[in-house]
Design a protein around this ligand. Sequence first.
Ligand code: PEP
Length: 251
Amino acid sequence: MRKYIVAGNWKMNTTVPEGVALAKAVVEKAKDIPANVELVVAPPFTHLASVAEALKGSKVALCAQNCADNEKGAYTGEIAVNMLTSVGCQYTILGHSERRQYYGETDEKLVVKTKLALEAGLKVILCVGENLDERKAGKHFEVVTSQTKNVLYNFNEEDLKNIVIAYEPVWAIGTGETATAAQAQEIHACIRSVIAEKFGITAADDMTILYGGSCKPSNAGELFAQKDVDGGLIGGAALKAEDFIAIATSF
Ligand code: PEP
């Protein structure tokens, strides 16, 4: 059964007290969310333990924004998967375009990180998406297909149950420019067919594929109405509990 998810990526925003207040506001408003929609919040690492407390007893899941590509040891500044599970994380985002662009995240590294995350019992929100030049050159299907294959094809059908794909066209992230519902739908359908090719129709049908890129209350309804769009990975609009919840009630 396909799951609908709205996940908030807080990126490098909010102090710990601000983050806790935001989490509490989300929990308070989450009561209005339909039962078939899962809410996920991804605060910075420093916030995770305190936000976990704020989420206790709610249906809102805790998510990290990244994890290390090693289990433990001399990797200054890195955060291991068992550290994330030990503070109550259920998910981690991996391969966000900002990590690919600014921190040299490669598909090869993402395979390693995804393996570690799944072994630790974390679910993975794996981001894929083309940049503006690739879109202009008409290479968006090719780019997204290869990013999806390069990571997912290293896993099996059982693993796929704990992986969510987020299609995030880089040109739409934080720019105010959103992919049209039709643009999102055609890429989501493409991702689903890439999954079906290797893992079969059932696995592809069950896969949750989120859209991300300037998604807000005013456009979420149209995007989520597409048959292959199963929710959103939300950046800017996730920093306001009302907007985040309004997005989650847009299905
Ligand atoms: C994101 O970075 O995951 C994102 C979708 O950001 P925004 O909603 O701000 O475009």
